[in-house]
Design a protein around this ligand. Structure first.
Ligand code: ADA
Length: 576
C-alpha cells in the first residue's frame, strides 16, 4: 500500500520494503566495491530517504551501497519495484546484478529468477555523482539528492508472467456517452507465449468485459452512460480492476484509479470535457529541509492544502515526474497537473566541465530522455489530473540540433499518448525556433525581477514575437515571480528580496496575466523555497531559490495572501 494511496492488488502478493536499511559509504578518497564493505562506514537509514538528512552527509555527493535482507515464504520470482532512486542504481539480489537504472524521478523494476523459500539479500549500489552517469542530473537550480528516495515494493510472483502496465484513455462521444479504452501488456519472462490460454477481465463501475491476451498484449473498449466526469469541481474517481485469468483461474490482478475526462486544445483555448478552463497554479519542487526530496505523504497533502487555500487549481511538476502519491492526491483533490520530464536549462555552455560543452550532446542524453519520457507516460498516464506533458524546460530550443531533440521527443510522446496536449517552457525570446512543435506555448517571463520592465508591455512584446504559433495555440505563463528572503521587510516596498517586493511583483504580473484573452494558465515560480546546488550560491542567497510564496518550512510569505486574493477572484471556468 505504501507506494500508492489506494490498494493496487488483491491477488498479487506484495510487501513494502520501506523502513530501515543498512547503508555503506566509502572512506574518503576510496572507491566502493559493493561486495567488499569491511572498510566502509555503515549507517542505518530510513527508506524512503535522502542521505543529505544524515547529519554527517548533508552535502555528500558520491556513491553508497544499501543492503536489506528479506524473507521469502515460498518459491517465487521477486519483482522489486523501486519508485525512485537518486540517481543511478544497480540492483543485486543474492550477489547477481539484475537491473540498472538512471534518473531519480521514475520507477523501475528488478526481477529475479525463481528463488527458494528463505532469506535473500538485496544490495543496491547508488550514486548521485554528476558527470558521466547522468545527462539529466547536473548542478542545478534545485538539489539532486542521493539515496532510495521513493518507496520500494517487493512482489512475490509465482508464475513467469503477470499483468504489466495498463494504458487507459477516455473520450466523450457526441451522444454524451463515454468510451473507455484499455490497452495492456503482460510483464515477466515469457509474456509472448500464446499457448497459455490467457484472458483479462476488465471491471469498471457496474460493467465488465473479458478480452483475450494475444502475443502478450490485450485491448478492450467499453461504453458508459451516466458517468460522472473528472474535473476540478468534482474529481470523481472510478476503480478499474484488471484480472488475469489462465483458463478459469484468476492468477494476477491490478487496480488502477481512473477518471473520465477529455483534454483538447481548440481555437487557442484549453478544453477540459469540452469546456474552456483556466489554470491557476504554482511550480513545485519536491524539497524540504528535513526530508530532501523524499517528501512524506502528510507533507504532500499539506502542500496541496496550502495550494488550495491560495486558490490554486493547478500544479506544474517542475522539472521532473513527481512521486505517484502526490499525483494520487491531485487526482483526489481535482488539481490539474502539467507533468514534466526531467531536464532544466540544458544549453551550450551549461555542460559538465571537462566532459561535454553542450549538455544535450552528453553521450547519455538521448537514451536517458527516451527512458524518462517512456517511463513517465507508462507509469503516470492513468492519472486524470495530468492534463499535459511538458519537456525540456528552458533547454536549447534555438539551434537546429536542439530543434531535432524537441521534435524527436514530442514525436515519441505523441505516439505513446495521443490523448494529451504537449508543451514546453521556453525563455529564449527572439531566438526560439520550436514554437510550432507543441500544442501549447509555455513561457517563463520574469518581468520586474531579472529586469525592470512593464509587465503588460513585456507580455505584448512576447505575444508579438510568437504571433504565428499563437494563432492556433493557447499560451501558458509557465513561470514568473521574484525572490523574497523570509522575514526581510521593506516599508517602502521597493527592495528586491523583501517580502513586499515579491508580493507586488506577483500582483503586477497576475493582474495582467489573469485577464489576458490569450492566456489560458499561469504557474507562479514557485511554491516553496528550495535548496540549490552550491555552484549557484552567488546568485542564490542562503544557497536556496527564494522565490517561494511559502518558505522551505511552508510558512507563508506576504505574497501568499496577495496571490490568494487574486486567484480566488478569478474562476476556473472561462466565460467567452
Ligand atoms: C527558470 C527555471 C527555474 C528557475 C527560475 C529562476 O526559469 O526554469 O528552474 O531557475 O528560472 O528562479 O530563475
Amino acid at each position: 500500500m505504501s507506494t500508492r494511496l489506494f490498494r493496487q492488488h488483491h491477488i498479487r502478493r506484495s510487501q513494502s520494503l520501506d523502513g530501515t536499511w543498512d547503508f555503506y559509504f566509502p572512506q574518503e578518497g576510496t572507491a566502493l566495491d559493493p561486495f567488499k564493505l569491511e572498510a566502509a562506514e555503515s549507517v542505518r537509514m530510513e527508506v524512503p530517504g535522502c542521505w543529505e538528512c544524515l547529519p554527517d552527509r548533508v552535502d555528500y555527493r558520491g556513491e553508497a551501497v544499501a543492503v536489506k535482507r528479506v524473507h521469502v515464504g515460498s518459491a517465487c520470482r521477486l519483482r522489486l519495484v523501486f519508485k525512485g532512486i537518486g540517481h543511478t542504481a544497480r540492483v543485486f539480489v543474492d550477489g547477481e546484478l539484475i537491473a540498472e537504472h538512471h534518473n531519480a524521478f521514475t520507477a523501475f523494476e528488478a526481477v529475479t529468477d525463481f528463488l527458494v523459500a528463505g532469506e535473500h539479500e538485496i544490495r543496491i549500489w547508488v550514486s548521485n555523482a554528476f558527470g558521466e552517469l547522468s545527462a539529466l542530473h547536473v548542478p542545478n537550480d534545485y538539489y539532486s539528492y542521493g539515496g532510495i528516495t521513493r518507496p520500494v515494493e517487493m512482489q512475490m510472483m509465482p508464475l513467469d508472467f503477470w499483468l504489466g502496465e495498463l494504458a487507459v484513455t477516455t473520450e466523450q462521444g457526441k451522444d454524451g456517452k463515454w468510451l473507455l479504452t484499455v490497452a495492456g501488456t503482460l510483464g515477466g519472462k515469457f509474456p509472448h507465449r500464446n499457448q497459455l490460454n490467457l484472458s483479462v477481465q476488465l471491471q469498471v463501475a457496474d460493467k465488465d468485459l473479458v478480452v483475450a491476451v494475444k502475443r502478450g498484449a490485450f485491448r478492450g473498449q467499453m461504453t458508459f452512460e451516466g458517468i460522472e466526469p473528472w474535473g476540478p469541481e468534482s474529481p470523481k474517481l472510478y476503480d478499474l480492476t484488471a484480472t488475469l485469468f489462465q483458463g478459469s483461474e484468476a492468477v494476477d490482478d491490478r487496480i488502477e484509479r481512473i477518471g473520465f475526462r477529455q483534454v483538447r486544445c481548440s481555437r487557442g483555448k484549453l478544453l477540459l470535457n469540452g469546456e474552456p478552463v483556466f489554470l491557476m497554479g504554482v511550480n513545485r519542487h519536491e524539497d524540504h529541509p528535513d526530508y530532501g526530496c523524499a517528501i512524506p505523504v502528510a507533507l504532500m497533502r499539506k502542500d496541496l492544502e496550502l495550494c488550495l487555500q491560495m486558490g490554486c487549481n493547478a500544479v506544474r511538476t517542475s522539472h521532473y515526474p513527481n512521486d505517484e502519491r502526490f499525483l494520487d492526491l491531485c487526482d483526489e483533490l481535482g488539481i490539474m497537473v502539467w507533468e514534466e520530464n526531467h531536464a532544466r536549462g540544458l544549453f551550450p555552455g551549461s555542460g559538465v566541465e571537462g566532459l561535454v560543452e553542450h549538455p544535450m550532446q552528453h553521450p547519455r542524453f538521448r537514451e536517458q530522455c527516451e527512458a524518462v519520457n517512456r517511463e513517465m507516460l507508462e507509469q503516470h498516464g492513468n492519472h486524470p489530473s495530468i492534463l499535459m506533458w511538458g519537456i525540456l524546460n528552458e533547454c536549447d530550443s534555438f539551434s537546429d540540433f536542439g530543434r531535432k531533440c524537441y521534435a524527436e521527443q514530442f514525436e515519441q510522446i505523441r505516439k505513446l499518448d495521443p490523448s494529451r496536449p504537449v508543451t514546453y517552457a521556453s525563455c529564449h525570446q527572439h531566438s526560439d525556433i520550436c514554437q510550432d512543435l507543441p500544442d501549447i506555448c509555455g513561457w517563463n517571463l520574469y518581468s520586474n525581477w531579472y529586469g525592470d520592465d512593464d509587465v503588460a508591455e513585456a507580455l505584448e512584446h512576447l505575444l508579438k514575437s510568437i504571433e504565428e504559433p499563437l494563432r492556433t495555440r493557447p499560451l501558458i505563463l509557465s513561470e514568473f515571480g521574484g525572490g523574497a528572503l523570509p522575514g526581510y521587510h521593506d516599508p517602502i516596498r521597493r527592495a528586491k528580496w523583501s517580502e513586499e517586493r515579491q508580493a507586488d511583483i506577483l500582483a503586477e504580473c497576475l493582474e495582467v496575466y489573469l485577464n489576458h484573452p490569450k492566456v489560458v494558465g499561469v504557474f507562479i515560480w514557485q511554491f516553496c523555497d528550495v535548496r540549490v546546488d552550491p555552484s549557484w550560491a552567488m546568485r542564490r542567497p542562503r544557497t536556496m531559490n527564494n522565490k517561494g510564496v511559502v518558505d522551505e518550512h511552508r510558512r507563508p510569505k506576504l505574497a501568499f495572501e496577495t496571490v490568494k486574493q487574486l486567484f480566488t477572484q478569478r474562476s476556473t471556468r472561462v466565460t467567452e
